[in-house]
Design a protein around this ligand. Structure first.
Ligand SMILES: Cc1cc2nc3c(=O)[nH]c(=O)nc-3n(C[C@H](O)[C@H](O)[C@H](O)COP(=O)(O)O)c2cc1C
Length: 734
């Protein structure tokens, strides 16, 4: 079952009607709330006989007494010629204000129940309820899949603002909407006559002939033994007709009572359909418990959020869709490219590979991985596979492994290129599974498995060069990442660290151009960011972005990065050439695995060189004074202790609990691993107590740090990988 397609097309086609039902439902939810304020709830164990007697005294012309779903009691009758409908205080029998069934205009009810279209509209509303059941179920399946299984459903949500809103709201409200739509279906079934609610024809009963007076309510056993909590309605016998009977409707059924003998003349037990309908009504409307009505009303309002964010997700997906030009027919192609992608970015790489091979004179066919097969004309096969969930395949490719296993080996090389993110413990796990399945089938490959981190264009270009060599044919792979829309950032301040003459470094502070929320929802402007997120900078005349870790969050009101001149680096040269007042083009890329979330008991911040930037950002915003311990390594305190003076100030403000530095170019100096080693006992205690770890800097440094921490964690039965799997240990490396 393609749940994604079901969800998308139902949402797009019936979403607007569902929106109308959700919003009108939210309005109707105000009724029970209002009713609960208007009259007190009757005590459930008060005998109905007592209630009737009291009401008869206060309203002699009473004909009917109803217990409303809110628990209040209303009496109906005549005062002379004047019809009366009053709330009643059940304990004293006193008449209260006038009873009004609903203050909501009728058309709101009609809109909600029949879309203002009469009987045809009732069918339309029922069909929408059915669509909502399917939308909720498919939404739940997609939610669980996206989060990587039930165990992770409560985990951190990633993606664009619209995706996050859709998932977050779904986590809270989906189950309620499912309940609401199932109960709506049940109610529709009874109003459309599909569910028989009548227990049978009304019995033909009359009170016995008697000249005596009526029995008082207290003398009628059925009314005496019935508590108000179980009452729906009681109709008093007509004063002018001696054969008329009492009629009482309760949660269990309906009875007719002889006015002279007090005998129960007939009893109809409530049917299963009636009980089902009663329950559906209570759960759907919240009419007997106003807090539930509020909950359901809010769920109705959330339909607006689902609808708007859902349409945006669809629109953003369409905008990002990749078109493959010159796609040969499968049966004629010499090169086959199969793609597994959830967010669509892997298709961008496939498109570049496809175009380069076509330019090299090959007939190429690209399609989704679930169509994997090796045709007689194929000479080369490539699989480009992204990993999602918690090491899972993209949803469309979830049966692809079985298909690959069912194909059997062939002489045609099948080469795999994985796409993932090292922040996830199961880095490129799906591409690795595909690789394993292929090798188990005996397929050869042109190149060993390559795993691309964070859609790195550079890494892809290197793989392309290796591929050209292996094919023995030059390949001009022109991959241009689809950059998000950029925003101009204006430099407001720079602090220079001359360092070595050829590698100057500076901390650059830009003004943050604030965006209204709707612009962020549409994916325009810079949006919010946190220290540890990335800013992509696009140097003038360049189509490739370079990413820098942010040393500030939008809450700081500015955007700060630490840039070091990279030998021959176009972007670092551009940034270091900026003067206050100059601007550059930028966008934000979230780095949710690295930014600090939750409330860890303490945090170990480990970095070297410019890697201190996000760590400084964490410390700057540590308003809660979480114990943070900084371990920082650089070359020389005189030249590259970035943020040195700020760190001293933050330590005085207790934003950082301890600062440990080490410098490699001073006598007796060394690397950051050494200060970790020296502090082993203390670090082990902090880690055993649940400390989170953030490491930022070069890959070799991070590897050294990982080794020291692995050794230090071993006595605790832990290692760095175990902490990564729990989201406690994250790296931001360059
Ligand atoms: C919800 C979500 C879960 C992810 N899970 C993993 C993972 O478990 N392992 C991994 O290596 N990358 C993971 N990634 C990163 C993606 O694989 C990576 O961004 C990839 O380039 C996306 O390709 P696509 O846009 O074609 O789907 C995840 C990304 C998202 C949004």
């Amino acid at each position: 079952m393609n749940w994604k397609a079901v969800h998308r097309w139902l949402g797009l086609s019936l979403g607007t009607v569902a929106l109308v039902l959700g919003l009108s439902g939210a309005l109707l939810a105000l009724d029970p709330v209002q009713e609960a304020w208007q009259a007190p709830t009757a005590p459930a164990d008060l005998p109905v006989a007592t209630l009737v007697q009291q009401v008869q005294q206060a309203m002699p012309g009473v004909e009917e007494i109803r217990r409303l779903p809110s628990g209040a009691v209303a009496a109906f009758g005549f005062d002379g010629d004047q019809a009366q409908a009053r709330y009643v205080d059940a304990t004293s029998g006193q008449l209260l204000g006038n009873y009004q069934p609903s203050s909501m205009p009728r058309w709101v009810k009609n809109l909600h129940r029949a879309l203002l279209l009469g009987d045809g509209g009732r069918w339309g509303a029922a069909a929408t309820a059915l669509a909502m059941v399917l939308l909720s179920i498919s939404g739940l399946v997609l939610l669980v899949r996206r989060m990587g299984g039930w165990r992770h459903v409560a985990g951190r949500v990633r993606g664009t603002l619209a995706q996050r809103l859709h998932v977050l709201a779904g986590r809270v409200v989906l189950a309620l909407l499912l309940l609401s739509s199932i109960t709506a279906l049940t109610m529709s079934a009874s109003t459309l006559g599909l569910l028989e609610l009548e227990a049978g024809p009304e019995p033909d009963v009359v009170s016995s002939a008697s000249t005596g007076a009526d029995l008082a309510p207290a003398q009628l056993p059925l009314l005496r033994d019935l508590g108000v909590g179980d009452l729906h309605r009681v109709n008093l016998p007509d004063a002018g007709d001696p054969t008329d009977t009492w009629q009482v409707a309760t949660t269990r059924g309906q009875g007719w009572i002889d006015r002279h003998s007090g005998d129960t003349l007939a009893w109809q037990e409530a049917t299963l359909a009636q009980r089902l309908d009663d329950w559906a009504r209570v759960l759907h409307t919240g009419e007997s418990a106003w807090p539930w009505a509020v909950v359901m009303g809010l769920a109705g309002l959330c339909v607006l959020l689902f609808w708007a964010s859902g349409v945006l997700i669809w629109w953003q997906g369409r905008r990002n869709a990749v078109h493959i030009a010159d796609n040969s027919r499968l049966q004629q192609a010499e090169v086959l490219i199969f793609v597994a992608s959830e967010g669509g970015s892997t298709w961008g790489f496939a498109q570049a590979l496809h175009a380069a091979l076509v330019r090299a004179g090959r007939r190429v066919h690209s399609s989704a991985l679930e169509h994997f097969q090796i045709t007689p004309t194929a000479q080369q096969v490539f699989i480009l596979a992204a990993t999602h969930g918690d090491g899972q395949p993209p949803a469309h490719a979830r049966h692809a492994l079985e298909r690959i296993a069912a194909q059997g080996g062939s002489g045609v090389p099948v080469t795999v290129l994985g796409f993932g993110d090292r922040q996830y413990p199961a880095f490129c796990a799906y591409a690795q599974a595909v690789e394993q399945a292929l090798r188990a089938q005996g397929h050869a490959s042109l190149l060993p498995l390559e795993l691309i981190h964070q859609q790195s264009a550079q890494q892809f270009a290197r793989w392309g060069e290796a591929l050209a060599q292996a094919l023995g044919q030059p390949l001009a792979i022109d991959y241009r990442p689809r950059l998000p829309a950029t925003t101009a950032l204006t430099l407001v301040e720079r602090r220079d660290y001359p360092g070595q003459a050829d590698r100057p470094t500076a901390i650059l502070r830009f003004a943050w151009p604030r965006q209204p929320w709707f612009a962020r929802l549409l994916g325009c402007g810079l949006g919010r960011f946190e220290a540890g997120d990335l800013v992509g900078i696009v140097p003038p005349g360049n189509a490739v972005a370079r990413y820098y870790s942010l040393a500030s969050g939008s809450a700081d009101g500015f955007l700060e990065i630490c840039v070091r001149q990279w030998p021959g680096g176009v972007c670092s040269a551009h940034l270091l050439g900026l003067k206050p007042g100059d601007s550059t083009q930028a966008f934000i890329r979230a780095n949710p695995g690295f930014t600090l979330s939750g409330r860890p008991p303490s945090v170990l911040l480990i970095g070297a060189g410019t890697g201190v930037a996000p760590l400084a950002g964490f410390i700057r915003r540590n308003d809660e004074r979480t114990p943070m311990h900084l371990y920082f390594g650089a070359r020389d305190p005189a030249t590259d202790y970035y943020f040195g003076s700020e760190i001293a100030r933050w330590q005085a403000e207790q934003r950082v609990a301890s600062v440990n530095t080490i410098f490699s170019r001073v006598p007796g100096g060394g690397y950051v691993q050494e200060i970790l080693q020296r502090d082993a006992e203390r670090l082990r205690k902090l880690l055993a107590a649940g400390a989170a770890v953030r490491v930022c800097g070069s890959r070799p440094m991070a590897q050294g740090v990982g080794e020291v921490l692995d050794a230090l964690l071993a006595p605790l039965g832990l290692d760095v990988n175990a902490l990564k799997a729990k989201g406690r240990y994250a790296e931001d490396l360059f």
